[in-house]
Structure formats: C-alpha cells, structure tokens
Write a protein that binds this ligand. Structure first.
Ligand SMILES: *[C@@H]1O[C@H](CO)[C@@H](O)[C@H](O)[C@H]1NC(C)=O
Ligand SMILES: *[C@@H]1O[C@H](CO)[C@@H](O)[C@H](O)[C@H]1NC(C)=O
Ligand SMILES: [Cu+2]
Length: 256
C-alpha cells in the first residue's frame, strides 16, 4: 500500500530504472530532460537533451530501431533534435548524474560522440556510422564492484568521462548509455538499454575530426551473444566481457 502510494510521486526513485537528470560540464551544472517534470511545463522547456518518454529501457524488438539512437520518444515520435546545446571546452571532465541507480542492473556504461557537422538542431544521428565511442566500462575484476553499472550506487549515481582534448570545435551529440544485462541470459530474456542524447557545443582550438564510428540503429544486434545476450553470472576475470559498440577512440586514436 505504502509503496504503491509512493510510486505515484517518486516513480524514478522506486522503479529499478533511471535516466541522467543533470550533467556537470567542467564547472557548469546543466539540468537535462526530466520526463516526469518537463512535459507539464508551460512555456515548454528547452533542454539540451533529446526528449524521451520515461525512465524505462529500450528493449528487445526496439533496440534495432531508431528508438536506440536517443531513447524512446514521446507519442511515438523519436529522436527529435532540440535547439539548446551546452557549451563545454574540449578536454573537460563530464559528470553524468543519474537518478538513484539501483544495483540490480549489472552491465556496461558506454559514451559516444557524434559530430553534427553544423547545428545539432538539423542533425539526426539515426543513420550512418556517426557514433564514435569515447568511453566504456564493462566488467573489471580488479574493482571491488566489477560491473560498471553496479558501481554507480557506490559513487552517488555519478559517471565521469573525459572529453577528448584534440577534437575540433563545433556541435556534437554526447550519447551516454547503460546496458542492463540482468535478464539477457540464454533463454531469450530482455536486454535493457538506457541511452540519452545531450547536445553540446565544444569550444577550443582542436583540429581533430572524429573518425568513422558505428551506426545506431545498426551496431546492436539480437544475435550478439558476446556483448548483449549472455549470462552475466558467467563473466569473470578469466571469462572477460566485451561491451557492445566496438573500441574506444580518443586523443591518440583508437584504444582497446
Ligand atoms: C549526489 O547526487 C545528487 C543528485 O544528483 C547531487 O545533488 C549531489 O550534489 C551529489 N553529491 C555529491 C557529493 O556529488
Ligand atoms: C532456461 O530454460 C531451461 C528449460 O526450461 C531451464 O532448464 C534453464 O534453467 C533455463 N536457464 C536459465 C538461465 O534460466
Ligand atoms: Cu530497470
């Protein structure tokens, strides 16, 4: 009874799902799209985050569609560009502040950049190999809590990523995502992707262009038993995990 009442008022806190509610861009804290507060606002808010409908995941049957690009939109309309961007210097430390993240979602945390090649307000991101991974963490046996997403509750639901310092100024989408593997065992249960797209204007004097990356939708496939459909309890120091989306790129080029 009490839990049901609470869930009406605090859906993000009670449910075992989540989204990024604020981001530190260097010393600048920016509120991102809140699907429980922002739709009601009048006049409408203009946040840096492409609108998504709730704190739930993009699951099987959906993650091969454009819903994976920037999460599931409202009223069946996906991946609509916004006009706002957050200004951030190349090389800055970015801190993604998730809603209170429950520890029952073992899996990787992934962050990508796409160059909007002009204003992000006229760039989709749903086609082409435009997504370049700049950070990922999966299962690290050297950590006290090996799964990246299970470490979130131990660090105030915060995840830090360094922007490459060599990238050319301009508008980019910063796409940050958790994949929950708790139900992706061999019996065909559900993968849970929690992506979000945040539009940024990178400043600085860098000259490096992003290389070719991966396509979303496209790179995540239902026959992927290496990174998406597996029994997470089988992963260990001797049976390592490979996050989906390929290698990481940054200053100095491609890394593992
Ligand atoms: C922890 O996260 C909350 C919510 O995002 C934030 O308000 C608070 O400042 C954070 N605390 C620290 C120490 O970073
Ligand atoms: C998968 O299904 C089989 C047959 O129903 C069952 O024996 C097995 O325990 C299940 N495995 C998992 C990981 O749930
Ligand atoms: Cu969940």
């Amino acid at each position: 009874m009490k839990a049901a009442t609470l869930s009406v008022f605090f859906p993000a806190l009670v449910s075992a799902h989540g989204f990024v509610q604020q981001i530190w861009f260097g010393n600048n804290l920016v509120d991102t799209w809140n699907p429980y507060k922002d739709p009601q606002k009048n006049p409408p808010v203009n946040k840096i985050t492409r609108i998504f409908k709730d704190n739930g995941p993009v699951t099987d049957g959906r993650f091969t569609t454009e819903e994976i690009t920037c999460n599931i939109g409202r009223d069946g309309v996906n991946n609509i560009p916004v006009t706002a961007t957050a200004q951030v210097a190349a090389g800055s430390l970015i801190k993604f502040m998730w809603t209170d993240w429950q520890s029952d979602h073992p899996g990787p945390i992934l962050t990508y950049l796409a160059n909007c090649n002009g204003p992000c307000s006229s760039f989709s991101g749903s086609t082409g190999n435009v997504w370049v991974k700049i950070d990922h963490a999966g299962y690290d046996a050297n950590e006290a809590v090996p799964w990246a997403s299970k470490r979130l509750p131990t660090q105030n639901s915060t995840w830090e990523v360094q922007l490459p310092s060599s990238i050319a100024p301009g508008e980019y989408i910063l796409r940050h995502e958790i994949l929950g593997l708790q139900r992706t065992n061999k019996n065909g249960s559900l993968a849970q992707f929690y992506p979000g797209c945040h539009q940024i204007t990178v400043t600085g004097s860098g000259t490096t262009k992003l290389p070719e990356g991966i396509a979303l939708p496209g790179a995540y496939q239902p026959d992927d038993t290496k990174s998406i459909f597996l029994e997470y309890r089988d992963i260990s120091a001797t049976n390592p995990y490979t996050p989906p989306g390929g290698p990481i790129w940054g200053d100095g080029g491609w890394k593992s």
